[in-house]
Design a protein around this ligand. Sequence first.
Ligand SMILES: Cc1cc2nc3c(=O)[nH]c(=O)nc-3n(C[C@H](O)[C@H](O)[C@H](O)COP(=O)(O)O)c2cc1C
Length: 182
Amino acid sequence: MASRVLIVCYSRGGSTLRVARHLAEALGADLDRIEENDSREGAGGYLRSLVEAVAKGVPTIRTLRDPADYDLVILGCPVWASTMASPMRAYVLAHRGQLQRSPVFVVMGGRGGEQTVREIQLACRAGDSPSLVLTHREVEDGAFRDLCESFIHRLTGVSRDNARWPKREASRSNDGPLPGVA
Ligand SMILES: Cc1cc2nc3c(=O)[nH]c(=O)nc-3n(C[C@H](O)[C@H](O)[C@H](O)COP(=O)(O)O)c2cc1C
């Protein structure tokens, strides 16, 4: 891709990070992982994460890169309680001015992926941007690589200058690249 692309991801257990790394390599993108001071490991961390997701809590996070320096910012996070993982909620709230065309990918156990994508798109005012829903199993067994292909295809060549995602073209389809895009 000629434009500067940033992938911002949160991952508690590593599966979303694995997808993010694959996409970053395929797209020649930079990768910024959302970090926190407090660990979410173990049963206590799981419970805290669950409660926070249900309560739509906004934890303190830190990232390294400024999304304003990029032409396109792709967001990736796990599904928690059929909603976005709370650290991604914090990121979106902090940066939504720079996320208005952001493609979204999520990793789930098996439920709530599409709902989570829509929620992120709504929070970012990203319309019906390209999106990808994967299961934890698909990441574990490597099937995610093939499933990423059409998402990557949709994104190739998109930049802030030429990104045009009219609703008709923005569906989660396996269509070719966006019209007018290299
Ligand atoms: C607190 C919590 C809540 C979760 N809630 C859901 C859920 O509602 N639906 C679902 O399909 N998976 C759910 N999961 C499973 C994760 O989405 C799934 O394991 C994902 O691959 C984790 O990504 P990660 O390895 O990048 O952290 C939940 C996981 C956690 C930790």
